[in-house]
Design a protein around this ligand. Sequence first.
Ligand code: NOJ
Length: 501
Amino acid sequence: MKWWHEAVFYQIYPRSFFDANGDGVGDIEGIRTQLDYLTWLGVDALWISPIFPSPMADFGYDVSDYCNVDPVFGTLEDFDRLLSEAHDRGLRVILDWVPNHTSQEHPWFRDARSSQDSEHRDWYIWRDARSDGSLPNNWLSSWNNEPDWTFDEGSGQYYLHCFLPEQPDLNWANVRVREAMADTLRFWLDRGIDGFRMDVIHLVGKDPDLPNDPDDLLFVGHVPLNDVPVTHDYLRELRRVLEEYPDDRMSVGEVYLLDPEAVATYYGDQDELDLSFNFLSLLTPWRAEAWRDLITRTENAHLNVDAWPTWVLSNHDNQRVASRLGGDPVKIRSSAILLLTLRGTPFMYQGEELGLLNGEIPEDRVVDPGSRDGCRTPMPWTSDYPHGWWGEPWLPFAADSVGYSVETQIDDDESYLHFFRSVLALRRSQPALRRGTFENLNVESHVLRFDRCAGGDVVSVWVNFGREACAIDMQGRSILLRSGGAIDEALLAPGEAVVVA
Ligand code: NOJ
């Protein structure tokens, strides 16, 4: 087992975490200032969403320089200090690397579009219109179903962009692109970074013919359909770059394929990604049979290739789990138990520990072209407005930021924050939860029941997805943690989850 198999990752969306300099946008110093909060909470590693120079068309996922820090977030010195102080506390840090596309302001793309003969022309994907004058193929953006092609007037061809026109796709078939991108990894590895979250990494390989997507799947856009063998070659190259360095540097890839079997192939033969996201959990309804099915598929797919799963319930692209659960306090606590007791590496998202709901964004405050502002609202730190910020931040706060604030919840032993901290502490204290085997046991149909086992210890988890109570078979053991208030100790209330050992 490597460190990332047992770690709990905490995703920081830096614009909305903590603002140290008062410009209304969170920053690297803000993260450093809150390191004690994160160690108190009990997470092991931080994933920081992109901090690189960017015109912010996609809030950092449009990078114009992979080897620097955007001034809105601070400086390289701020970053070095953050990393060193995180390491002093035993916290690992991974950065969000965006390899599929650059910003249109990146010097490579500026040069590429300057003429068809430019040095960097082939670093991007250019095509002429088809003979009938139509677009090079039928690929559509997964955000707005707009074509993935934009005509560059200056140089007379279309370029491919699987996201915004401001995010041209790099041509990974060009070895010079791969070498240059590997060097951007080395830049941060040399500074001591522990690894990378690799943005839409399954997208870097493209079928050279760029064949049309099937007509009946056009509604999903191209991103979840791109699954081509050459990507695995590129991943093996990237793995070798990480292995040039000591101390187990890692990768977790965003493989947006919505299919656990396909996701598991991106671990290769232990020579591609170290971990891969498995996003179906973000879309799975809160029903026992749906979760049982997802867990079984995930377990089987990963066991077949000896890969270690990951679990995630919230991130900066999707509605927060607390909102998906209708704000139900028992279910929200149960979701924390589920996330942190399944076999695999859990990724939590800032604010999840507060039970934070999605924000309602008034029309005149909408800034994201992908309609994701609601899950990116600022962390409420203090009870009183502006909640530890200096005034109104770049996005509005979600509703009831008094009750959801860190300050309010720290003073309340019954809060989400204390509950989350207890689940994290329990996970840390139980090797069976961190690295044990997983066994699904069938009980009543509305209840999920599984055992985690290691070194003779068995930790059992029950999650009641239904509206009826269910008896807990205690077998002489005791309840370590439960998400609801016990009426009868051995009865699992509707919505409730328990951990027994
Ligand atoms: C996935 C990221 O999570 C998302 O925020 C971003 O917009 C796209 N990739 C494009 O980089």
